[in-house]
Design a binder for this molecule. Sequence first.
Ligand code: C2O
Length: 581
Amino acid sequence: MGVALLSVIKLFVFSFVTLGLIPQQTLASITRHYKFDIQMKNVTRLCHMKSIVTVNGQFPGPRIVAREGDRLLIRVVNHVQSNISIHWHGIRQLQTGWADGPAYITQCPIQSGNGYVYNFTIIGQRGTLWWHAHISWLRSTIYGPLIILPKRGVPYPFTKPYKEVPIIFGEWWNADPEAVINQALQTGGGPNVSDAYTINGLPGPLYNCSSKDTFKLKVQAGKTYLLRLINAALNDELFFSIANHTLKVVETDAVYVKPFETNTILIAPGQTTNVLLKTKPNYPNATFFMTARPYVTGLGTFDNSTLAGILEYETTTLHSTLPMNKLPLHKPILPVLNDTTFATKFSNKLRSLNTPQFPANVPQKVDKRLFFTIGLGTNPCSQQNHNNQTCQGPNGTMFAASINNVSFAMPNTALLQSHFSGQSKGVYSPDFPISPVTPFNYTGAQLNNTNVGNGTKLMVLPFNTSVELVLQDTSILGAESHPLHLHGFNFFVVGQGFGNFDQDKDPKKFNLIDPVGRNTVGVPSGGWVAIRFLADNPGVWFMHCHLEIHTSWGLKMAWVVLDGKFPNQKLLPPPLDLPKC
Ligand code: C2O
């Protein structure tokens, strides 16, 4: 009897531990304090020294590490001339939209000499996210990892890694990125492309003058490493591979996925991907390149260079007669630049883990069906900039980009404040179109008129609206893959395809069982993607292409999610130190 009871207790404890259902009182959540001083710093890359805007003089910026359930208090103080705001990319910000960060959407920017404390709690999320500046192009140097560990005692749903390594990809300009975007917006043409891609801030040996600026991943044989990959590049989706090693994908955008193995991953700006790297059982007599280069579908010019880091087995030299730099160096083979077949296969492999502990709560009914076209367009050459009436966009116009032909005009006050104080008149209108006003063959023939409309239009959703949104790429000025990012939510990617979305046929093929959950999804080049999300987070939420140049051109919009009935369904009041415009 006693033995039986004991084994029942053991079983009980065992299942609590294995299922991660640890009793609440043992899971003390804590408050973590960080200080971000925005300051200039001289940094040299490609033999080119320049003064860049940084957090605490670090490039890339400091790593934030917290656990699920923790509260973060991050005090940002602006010591530079430019306005600044910081976004915690992928954090849900339940009821705390004031801490989300996009300038003129949820807050006025922090002006020179001022500060602001971002105050939020991480609820129901664990995995790799990141933070970045969210104003103009300052995120080119202001970015870093935001790592959320599971609650104490809760294991990963995969092999416990021997070590974890954040790997953040970036894009480097020898020129000042602020000058690059300002010039592009002035002339109406495409921006100057970057001079290098970087891995943890380092371009690596394939660039001029950069062998000393090489990221080295030193590993031991026979171990499992968790690589937390983040794409912080501005304008390029990237392929990434490590020579002679396979990667097991276990998480994307801080949501666990069904593990699968691949030689190469594709990661768009804004996305994160956790992979397990199992090192070779014995020390190899070799070192290995890990490389990344862009996946390109658009017509514009782009940075066609390749970054490289080196995977080095720590004690290979002890086992080998050759010094490290004499060992053979293996190089991975990456897909060709426009390999959309690879992109499609890769995204089709991504499925939610969907276990009892990590269920995929896909909305099964839909309250609101929306259809948004995504793509480039033009504005007429504006007279104030160009007396001679020629701009450098297509046929003397200025490049623009839009959603449902609305190119988003940034307000000069914060939308969330206008909404909260009930003073939206003259700031925004709540009439974002639910589908294109004039339907056309989105992926077919070219249009004669490529002009976009301009305005600050928002889509209003009652609390808990279940939304199905189809994002349709257009071929106006060339079909192109667009990584769309939604603030404040994770969504499920229920379907995707090429050509024009067919409302009669395509929904029948939607995956409503285990679709991947994300915050940033690639709209396929010349195709569409369908997402579902539950609007359970009151506030104003930005949605935009995470290719920064497209955002600059207006490929962005915002949602207003209204308060629900109950206190925990309402946006909290603004913090007292919220910056003023
Ligand atoms: Cu990662 Cu609105 O941004």
